[in-house]
Design a protein around this ligand. Structure first.
Ligand code: RP5
Length: 168
């Protein structure tokens, strides 16, 4: 069975990671989420990536903070697309994780998204966009989602315009 694999470096990453998994669930895309660390459990990470690839993982989404090597380490083990989400929460609030995740050497890419919650959401959307290249149903749902985002923005604008008029 084809699925998206989400790997988080620690249970402290779970709340933000849930922003990603909620979107995949909403699109009815199967995923699995495990905790495994490039530093604290390197062998588990290696075994998992091999096993998940053999079972049908299409894309790996890796979320880690601090000196975040998880996405890079996973990218070294697979030719499947790897999306990296730098996690906030360190003394320098994710800048460390951003640089650690994005600065991959040529030939071993990690598609790095924004730090934290926005990045977790965009990791899901980017994974969906990759899957949509070969899946018309996901492509159609993505188009609907974009339209809904635009409609919601216009509704928000109307509400604020009313509030401003009321205060004038
Ligand atoms: C990273 O270090 C994890 O991904 C997490 O973001 C950060 C802190 O981990 P904990 O000390 O909270 O387990 O490996």
């Amino acid at each position: 069975m084809k699925f998206v694999s989400i790997i988080i470096g620690s249970k402290s990453d779970y709340e933000i990671a849930n922003e990603c998994s909620k979107i995949l669930s909403n699109f009815d895309v199967p995923f699995e989420l495990i905790i495994s660390s490039a530093h604290r459990s390197p062998e588990r990470t290696q075994e998992y990536v091999k096993d998940a690839s053999e079972r049908g993982a299409q894309i790996f989404i890796c979320m880690a903070g601090m000196a975040a090597h998880l996405a890079g380490a996973v990218a070294a083990m697979t030719t499947k697309p790897v999306i990296g989400v730098p996690m906030p929460g360190s003394a320098i609030d994710g800048i460390d994780a951003l640089y650690s995740t994005v600065q991959m050497p040529g030939g071993i890419p990690v598609a790095t998204v924004a730090i934290g919650k926005a990045g977790a959401k965009n990791a899901a959307y980017l994974a969906l966009q990759i899957l949509a290249l070969c899946n018309d149903s996901i492509a159609s749902k993505l188009a609907d989602d974009r339209a809904k985002q635009s409609e919601a923005l216009i509704e928000d604008s109307k509400k604020i315009e009313v509030l401003i008029k009321e205060k004038a």
